[in-house]
Design a protein around this ligand. Structure first.
Ligand SMILES: O=c1[nH]cnc2c1ncn2[C@@H]1O[C@H](CO)[C@@H](O)[C@H]1O
Ligand SMILES: [Zn+2]
Length: 346
């Protein structure tokens, strides 16, 4: 790929279906929030860069280590104002990569340490996204996360809160956290309730756990999409299941390499999945923790996996298909993607 083609990558329309709110906070925003909330920061000078506290480096050996980075930001994300600002700024960052649509996920329970309820946390995150939508002309929805280490009782409450906002900003529910320690089956009852409410479900699986978690997520938890899923390569029958059910994979290449879900770019299975006819999408996971953007994810695929502009364009078309939107909204998004691609001669 030459310089002109890299410029073209920036212009491609994109869609991020898998981006965590608390993993995508701008370091300068944490500095402002610490000041306005009267909380201390673990740095010597006011102007020290907070990025090293918020971003993982190549030395990361596992998902659990990666997840430890989230402890730094969460104390500053316990108020209505902080959630609204951070949500709005995610839309701003998405716009900078030319995203037309984002599904921003977060776990309301992690934001209830200073008096907000799960429902309040959802309400304010939606309000921030709405502001971002207006300002940056990017469509945005929320995916509500249940945490794997949390109790069934709490997660049932989270599902109830998500239901109240379904179609009013919330698009789906998810299960995230330490996959190796907590397999999906532990939360069967939680996702039975989500299914009863007709809430669309995506589940993080096949990242730090084996392919059997993907099977369980699809066949027993009702997942309509899978977060990551890179480890389905371990079992051809699970690859077949993903393919035959047309379950989209929300792949997050930069993050997958950092958490050691895969050993490196040379073994990254995205091209293989596409050739097998699996519906793959490409996403950021955590813009700050992973130090990535949608532009960078596309550049990495061009550089390491030889993706052409046409193949990158197809990823955006796939994401439009996989979006948790009503049929009507999905057609609009498809149309917007097509128009943007046509302008680029694709
Ligand atoms: O790649 C991931 N796999 C599993 N869990 C994750 C990943 N990225 C973030 N979180 C978890 O989701 C929570 C809510 O956003 C984060 O606090 C983090 O614990
Ligand atoms: Zn994730």
């Amino acid at each position: 790929m030459n310089q002109a083609q890299y410029e073209q990558i920036k212009l491609l329309p994109k869609i991020d279906l898998h981006v965590h709110l608390d993993g995508s906070v701008k370091p300068d925003t944490i500095r402002d929030l610490a000041k306005s909330q009267g909380k201390a920061l673990p740095v010597a000078s006011e102007n020290d860069d907070l990025t090293p506290w918020m971003q993982i480096d190549e030395s990361c050996t596992s998902l659990v280590e990666y997840l430890s980075k989230f402890n730094f930001v969460l104390p500053f994300m316990q108020t209505a104002e902080s959630l609204e600002r951070i949500a709005e700024e995610i839309v701003e960052q998405a716009a900078a990569s030319n995203c037309l649509y984002v599904e921003v996920r977060f776990a309301p329970i992690l934001h209830t340490l200073e008096g907000l309820s799960a429902s309040d946390a959802i309400k304010h995150t939606i309000a921030g996204l709405r502001r971002g939508e207006q300002m940056f002309d990017v469509k945005a929805r929320v995916i509500v996360i249940c945490m794997r280490h949390d109790s069934i009782e709490n997660n049932l409450e989270v599902i109830d809160a998500a239901r109240d906002y379904y179609g009013k900003g919330v698009a789906a529910v998810d299960l995230a956290g330490d996959e190796a320690g907590f397999p999906p089956g532990l939360h069967r009852e939680v996702f039975e309730r989500a299914s009863k409410y007709n809430l669309p479900i995506t589940i993080h699986a096949g990242e730090a756990g084996g392919s059997n978690n993907v099977r369980e997520a699809i066949t027993e938890l009702g997942a309509a999409r899978i977060g990551h899923g890179v480890r389905i390569t371990e079992d051809p029958s699970v690859m077949e299941l993903v393919k035959s059910t047309r379950t989209p994979l929300e792949m997050c290449p930069v993050s997958n390499i950092q958490t050691k879900a895969v050993s490196g770019w040379d073994t990254y299975p995205i091209r293989r999945f596409m050739e097998e006819g699996i519906l793959v999408t490409v996403n950021t996971d955590n813009m700050t923790v992973s130090g990535t953007t949608m532009n960078l994810e596309f550049e990495m695929l061009a550089e390491h996996c030889g993706f052409t502009l046409e193949e990158l364009a197809q990823l955006t078309r796939n994401s439009a298909e996989a979006a948790f939107l009503s049929e009507e909204e999905k057609s609009e998004l498809r149309e917007a993607v097509q128009q943007a691609l046509q302008k680029l001669g694709l």
